[in-house]
Design a binder for this molecule. Structure first.
Ligand code: GCO
Ligand code: MG
Length: 402
């Protein structure tokens, strides 16, 4: 089953998304997501200039060999650009293999382990009142797990909180915007937020929160302790995880469950975190961590240490990644939770799939492959728009983690 064509589709239906389509001599094609938010064109060039020429003529059935060829064979390893490009190839090849077998992808992975994947939605508000109203909306929509983010007094823009109409979207067209951040204001406010949410919505709903890399390990330990009474499902990215050992300090101080890893691209980014049981959920995901093949390695290692997955699922991960993730979640024994943000209407004019959200769970479609298709003619209607994630500064102007 020779690969006869591979092309990169860059489109901006609501936001920039990059897709790789691989075609085989048998007429079966597959697609993979290659979107790296704010750095899209670096992956496009990596694929077009260095990967696609090496794919033509290879046997599409040899997924593992092609993965090793692109990873080991490149000499230069890891990094978000490389691993996103490899992921796009890998997911497209799994899509092709599953279509050739006439099976939904989860069947090839080992079959169903659950009926649906528990999903969490994003509640947010510019102030406490709005945040509570947003939680209410997600409860009514059937969510059993809800992430809660809230604006801070005297801070104009806060991560995870929408401005204007429509859902939160951090990437903005044009050059990067700059935001201001106050750690003390955040640390004072966040326990109040979760006290109010528990008071209004009771003990049953699973609550999550994303600190988005803003704290030092010791500050994270403090916040983890302060949030213990509200029994979070997890506290995410409490501190940047480049220094994996930094999590020892947080872990010793609090029983609030910890999640990290949406920016990870390899098992090496998570090795100490997993083997030392410093986290409860690993958030590395298919598109940025080398595809299904490498995510299996990360998830299997995690399984040995009682760590579960909590795949990143913001809108900059295209419907193709979401589709592949729902298959993975349906199979993986140590699945934990799936982040779920519905894509914009324009995005869903370009991509189609049969996966569905029902009663708090994502239910996998039975279509062969990963079940997500792209309409290339519609994609062409939305040309690429330069857009960037914001840059963060402390109140005194120091550049900080966003
Ligand atoms: C999340 C994430 C996102 C990221 C975004 C960056 O937990 O969903 O933190 O909001 O910031 O995906 O590209
Ligand atoms: Mg996050």
């Amino acid at each position: 089953m020779k690969i006869i064509d591979a092309r990169v589709i860059v489109s901006s239906p609501g936001r920039n998304l990059v897709t790789l389509k691989i075609e085989t001599e048998d007429g079966i094609s597959g697609i993979g997501d290659a979107t790296l938010n704010g750095r899209e064109l670096a992956v496009v060039a990596y694929l077009q200039d260095h990967v696609v020429p090496c794919l033509i003529g290879r046997d599409a059935r040899r997924i593992e060999d092609i993965w090793q060829y692109l990873y080991r064979g490149a000499y230069w390893r890891r990094g978000p650009v490389t691993m996103t490009a490899i992921a796009a190839v890998d997911v497209a090849l799994w899509d092709i293999k599953a279509k050739a077998a006439g099976m939904p992808l989860y069947q090839l992975l080992g079959g169903r382990s659950r009926e649906g994947a528990l999903a969490y939605g994003h509640a947010d508000g510019r102030n406490l009142e709005e945040a509570l109203a947003s939680v209410e909306k997600y409860r009514k929509a059937g969510y059993r797990a809800i992430r809660v983010q809230c604006g801070l007094p005297d801070i104009e823009k806060v991560y995870g909180v929408h401005v204007g109409e429509g859902p939160y979207e951090p990437a903005q067209r044009g050059l990067p915007e700059e935001e201001r951040w106050s750690t003390p204001a955040y640390m004072r406010f966040v326990p109040t937020l979760f006290a109010a949410v528990r008071e209004n919505f009771g003990e049953e709903v699973a609550l999550l929160h994303d600190v988005h890399h803003r704290l030092t390990p010791n500050e994270a330990a403090r916040v983890g302790k302060d949030l213990e009474p509200y029994r979070l499902f997890f506290m995410e990215d409490a501190t940047p995880a480049e220094n994996q050992e930094g999590f020892r300090l947080i872990r010793r101080a609090t029983t609030t469950p910890l999640a990290t890893g949406e920016v990870f691209n390899s098992v090496w980014d998570a090795k100490a975190l997993i083997t030392e049981q410093l986290i409860d959920y690993v958030r590395a995901t298919i598109v940025h961590a080398g595809g299904i093949s490498h995510m299996r390695t990360i998830a299997s290692l995690a399984g040995l240490y009682g760590v579960r997955t909590g795949f990143h699922g913001a809108t900059d991960l295209s419907p193709v990644t979401l589709g592949a993730a729902i298959h993975f979640d349906t199979w993986l024994p140590n699945f934990g939770i799936q982040e779920y943000m519905a894509h914009a209407e324009e995005t869903m004019q370009v991509f189609s799939h049969g996966h569905r959200f029902e009663d708090g769970y994502l239910i996998v479609s039975e279509a062969p492959g990963h079940g997500v298709e792209i309409d290339e003619a519609k994609a062409a209607l939305y040309p690429y728009q330069p857009a960037y994630l914001p840059v963060n500064r402390l109140e005194d102007g120091t550049v900080w983690d966003w």
